[in-house]
Design a protein around this ligand. Structure first.
Ligand code: 8YV
Length: 321
């Protein structure tokens, strides 16, 4: 495959599209509409590679209907919960993603949300813009200090570890829950303690950050029962996937302050956000901005390019999922 035909589902940054034009017969989505299943299948006719994003549902039905020549799904993004990996494997279609290049950006956003929620930055901005600020006083808009607080990181992969590095800089006491314990050297470097039991960790943390992938095992990992273990002064941040938390149950607990505050970048039914969350002052809502930096998005595009190139040369895929 010298010049693969690549179906790209969303508008990508201009330098990425230029690079793809150079190397591939690339088909772009000029008006950037979110594609339906039928539109994705139609876009793939005669294509060798599909380059989707998180907004595309590549389920078993779509995979079954892809043309026989399509042999690679090169996802623009690290999370692949929108792709049925088993169905792709069954059809011999390889799947790649874009790890590493968005780690720092996503961890930065987790910290931004944590600090914004703890220090009431966005609430303060709303108040100031609303002309409701009557001036400084000692009890006005008091939030919570983050240094010295116990941070529980759920999912200690690349992004979880990057959050831990940043949290160290803020003087937090770091704990993590992960399927497997980190090597002692990494644990030591991150000054992080492993909690084998998620429930025990949740019950003792002041701050909680969701950083695990969404899989059938982690869907509603924070369900109502687990949310009820969380201390009332705790703050939750989620920059992973909305589905790892039962969003309705979280909204209910934030509304009646059984959980103090939240900073959310991802939602269970994006782009919809639970209507209660939209009304709450103690919640900071970002519209899935984890990897949204110019540098990150260009690097993600280059990862997609490298995976397609490797595939077309019959080489090992650098980022095979
Ligand atoms: C991306 C993300 O912007 O990479 C991911 O998994 O969640 C985002 O930061 C998005 O997935 C692009 O497809």
């Amino acid at each position: 495959m010298i010049r693969p035909v690549v179906a790209v589902t969303r508008k990508l940054p201009a330098p990425v599209e230029a690079r793809m034009n150079e190397l591939f017969d690339a088909r772009f989505n000029a008006d950037d509409h979110a594609m339906t299943a039928d539109q994705i299948i139609t876009a793939c006719h005669g294509a060798d590679v599909l380059a989707p994003t998180v907004t595309d549902t590549i389920d078993a039905g779509v995979i079954e209907s892809l043309p026989p020549g399509l042999c690679l799904i090169a996802n623009f993004g690290v999370g692949v919960n929108h792709i049925d990996l088993a169905a792709a494997a069954a059809r011999g279609i390889g799947v790649t993603n874009t790890p590493d290049v968005l780690t720092d950006d996503t961890a930065d956003l987790a910290m931004a949300l944590l600090l914004s929620a703890a220090r009431r930055v966005v609430e303060g901005d709303r108040l100031a813009r609303g002309g409701k600020w009557g001036g400084w006083n000692p009890t006005f808009m008091v939030g919570h200090r983050v240094s010295g607080k116990r941070l529980g990181i759920i999912g200690m992969g690349r992004i979880g570890q990057a959050v831990a590095r940043r949290a160290n800089g803020f003087g937090m006491d770091i704990h993590y829950h992960n399927r497997s314990r980190l090597a002692p050297g990494i644990e030591g470097e991150l000054q992080a303690s492993w909690c084998e039991d998620l429930d025990e960790m949740l019950a003792t943390m002041d701050l909680i950050s969701g950083n695990c992938p969404q899989t059938p095992d982690t869907l509603h990992l924070l369900n109502a029962t687990r949310l009820d273990l969380i201390q009332p002064h705790a703050i939750i941040v989620n920059t992973a996937r909305g589905g790892i938390i039962d969003e309705a149950a979280l909204a209910e607990r934030l509304a009646d302050r059984r959980i103090a505050a939240a900073g959310l970048d991802v939602y269970e039914f994006e782009p919809a956000i639970h209507s209660t969350l939209l009304t709450l002052e103690n919640v900071v809502l970002a519209p899935h901005l984890g990897s949204a930096t110019h540098e990150g998005r260009i690097a993600m595009g280059e990862k997609v390019v490298q995976n397609i190139l490797a595939h077309s040369k019959g080489e090992a895929l650098p980022d095979r999922v």
